[in-house]
Write a protein that binds this ligand. Structure first.
Ligand SMILES: C[S@@+](CC[C@H](N)C(=O)[O-])C[C@H]1O[C@@H](n2cnc3c(N)ncnc32)[C@H](O)[C@@H]1O
Length: 322
C-alpha cells in the first residue's frame, strides 16, 4: 500500500468516526454574527490553523477548498460569499465527502442565510484537480499538503497555481518543523497521514511555493503544534513541531526574486522627514514600514546607521513595501 492509500484510509476512518484529537489546532473555533458552526463540524476540525481571513474575501471571490474534512472552513468561506456554487470543495475520500454533505444540511438548519448549494462538493484529488485553469480567486487547503512527499507536494502546488486566476491567492495552514527528522519517522505512513512526520522547515515550504511561480508569500501566523517524544515516537530526540498560516499570491515573479513577508519592518530615525531608497521604498520618519525579506536585505546592505530593522515576527497582516 502506498502512503497515499494509507492517507485515504486514515481519513475514511476519521470521516466514519470523528476523532477530536486527530489534528491539534490551537485556533479558537471562531463564529461571526449570524454564523453558527454545528458541533459535528467542530469535532471534525482536522486543521492546524485557519485559512479564513476576511481581508482575502471581498468582492465575492470564487473559492476552492481542497481536503474538506468536516466542512467547517467551507461554511466559514460561504459566510463571506453566499452564492450558489461559490465554494468548490474537493476531497478524494468518498466517506469524507458524504460526512461533510451531511454536516452542511445541519449547518443549513442552524444558519438562515446558508444553503447547502453554496458548496459545490466534488470528488477529486489534490494532485489532479477537477477544476478549470485560471478560474479561482481564493484557493485553500488546511493540513493536507504537509502529508505529501516532495514530488507530490510539487504536483499539488502546481495544481493550485494552475487553477488560480492571475493575482489569485492560495491560503494554507500546515505543520512545519525546523529540526531534521529521521527516515523512520519520515516514512512511517500513518504518522505522515496524521500530519506528524511530513512537515518541512519554513524556508523549504516557502521555496516549494516560489519554485511553482508564486511571486508574493505572506507568513501570517506561526504557532506551537505538537511534540514528538522518544517514549512515544521513533525518535532519539524531542521534536518540536509548529504550524504556520501562509498565503501564496499568484503575482508575477519579480526579476530579483519573490517577495516573502515574514513580519519584518524597517524604521527610519534619521535627520530628514523620510528616507527614499530610489527603488520604490519610502520610509517615513519613525513609522514602521512592513518589508519583505528581500527588501530588508537590500536596505541592510546600504549600511546606514539611521534605519532600525525588526526581526521576523511571522505575523504579517498586510501593507508595506513592494
Ligand atoms: C488533515 S484533514 C484536513 C481537513 C480540513 N482541511 C480541516 O482543516 O479540518 C485532510 C483532508 O484531506 C483529504 N485528502 C487526503 N488526501 C487527499 C487528496 N490526495 N486529495 C484531496 N483530498 C485529500 C482527507 O480526506 C481530509 O478531508
Amino acid at each position: 500500500m502506498s502512503y497515499l492509500e494509507t492517507t485515504h484510509n486514515v481519513y475514511k476512518e476519521a470521516a466514519l468516526t470523528p476523532d477530536i484529537g486527530l489534528c491539534c489546532t490551537t485556533n479558537p473555533i471562531w463564529e461571526l454574527p449570524g454564523l453558527k458552526i454545528p458541533r459535528i463540524m467542530q469535532e471534525m476540525n482536522y486543521g492546524c490553523g485557519s485559512t479564513v481571513h476576511a481581508r482575502d474575501l471581498t468582492n465575492n471571490p470564487k473559492m476552492l477548498y481542497v481536503g474538506v474534512g468536516g466542512g467547517m472552513e467551507l461554511l466559514q468561506f460561504s459566510y463571506f460569499n453566499r452564492q450558489e456554487g461559490g465554494v468548490i470543495g474537493i476531497d478524494v475520500v468518498d466517506e469524507m465527502l458524504a460526512a461533510s454533505r451531511k454536516n452542511f444540511i445541519e449547518a443549513e438548519e442552524m444558519n438562515p442565510w446558508f444553503r447547502t448549494n453554496f458548496v459545490d462538493l466534488r470528488k477529486g484529488d489534490a494532485l489532479n484537480l477537477p477544476v478549470e485553469n485560471n478560474s479561482i480567486d481564493v484557493a485553500a487547503q488546511n493540513c493536507l499538503f504537509n502529508i505529501f512527499k516532495s514530488d507530490d507536494l510539487k504536483k499539488a502546488i502546481a495544481e493550485m497555481y494552475r487553477v488560480l486566476k492571475p493575482h489569485g491567492r492560495l491560503v494554507m495552514s500546515d505543520p512545519t518543523c525546523e529540526q531534521p527528522m529521521n527516515n523512520k519517522l519520515r516514512n512511517e505512513e500513518r504518522l505522515r497521514a496524521l500530519c506528524l512526520s511530513g512537515s518541512l522547515p519554513i524556508n523549504e515550504y516557502v521555496k516549494a511555493l516560489t519554485d511553482a511561480g508564486f511571486g508574493t508569500i505572506e507568513i501570517r501566523a506561526r504557532k506551537p503544534y505538537r511534540i514528538l517524544d522518544p517514549k512515544n515516537y521513533p525518535t532519539d530526540e524531542l521534536i518540536y513541531i509548529e504550524s504556520i498560516e501562509v498565503a501564496a499570491i499568484k503575482d508575477p515573479m519579480p526579476k530579483d526574486g519573490p517577495c516573502v513577508f515574514t513580519g519584518k519592518a524597517a524604521i527610519y530615525y534619521g535627520d530628514d522627514d523620510f528616507f527614499d531608497d530610489g527603488v520604490g521604498h519610502t520610509l517615513l520618519k519613525n513609522q514602521p514600514l512592513a518589508i519583505c525579506d528581500k527588501t530588508a536585505s537590500a536596505l541592510k546592505n546600504l549600511n546606514r546607521d539611521d534605519i532600525y530593522f525588526s526581526k521576523s515576527t511571522f505575523h504579517y497582516d498586510g501593507g508595506g513595501c513592494c
